[in-house]
Ligand binder design. Structure first.
Ligand code: FES
Length: 202
């Protein structure tokens, strides 16, 4: 689930900054001539990234113009896929996985931390307007449960205290380090490898 409600407050203008303009040309050139409209999804994602994690209507119009396709085509895509947010979610958008593996490893303690530190309810901006949170389904990193995603980074093997420290950092506009908070390398076993030990590179 994402924020599919179109925001009432819309900016009047959107255009890519010079880096993203450059990147958008590279993305468009990946598609065969005449098929540039296929770039709509990565370009919408780029708009979202530049615009503090949400896509305004002017951003959709901008993409439509860039790809020379009707605005409604871009609108259809943006309103269909859950990864696009259509209302402000803050510069730091925290997605807390509460599907079963994360739930039994303490995901609701992390939800508690979000409620205490960010906002009582999901999808409500923090007091300093930089951050919001929401519950989501499996983020695909169950082996490192419980997991949260902040913008494009995963924070894994969390507990309430560790989640609180991460939230404190982002509320102070600092960048927390992503990855396992148990010091694991990716999803390796916690207490040394117990299988395939005779395999050197397993
Ligand atoms: S259940 Fe949380 S990442 Fe899969």
């Amino acid at each position: 689930m994402s924020i599919k409600k179109i925001s009432k407050d819309q900016p009047e203008k959107f255009e890519f900054n010079s880096d993203n303009l450059e990147l958008s040309k590279i993305i468009i050139n990946k598609y065969p001539k005449g098929k540039q409209q296929s770039a709509v999804m990565p370009l919408l994602y780029l708009v979202q990234k530049q615009n503090n994690n949400w896509i305004p209507l002017v951003g959709m119009k901008y993409i439509a113009k860039m790809l020379d396709i009707p605005y409604i085509k871009v609108y259809e895509v943006a309103t269909f896929y859950t990864m696009y947010n259509l209302s402000p979610v803050g510069k730091y958008f925290i997605q807390v996985c509460t599907t079963t593996p994360c739930m039994i490893r303490g995901a609701y303690k992390i939800v508690e931390a979000c409620k205490q530190k960010i906002s009582e309810n999901e999808n409500v901006l923090s007091n300093n307007k930089t951050c919001s949170w929401m519950e989501v389904e499996c983020l695909g990193a169950c082996v490192n449960a419980p997991v949260v995603q902040i913008n494009e980074d995963y924070f894994e093997d969390l507990n309430k205290e560790k989640a609180e420290k991460i939230i404190d950092k982002i509320l102070n506009n600092e960048k927390p380090i992503p990855g396992s908070y148990k010091g694991r390398n990716n999803s390796e076993p916690e207490n040394k490898r117990k299988s395939l030990i005779e395999e050197k590179n397993a």
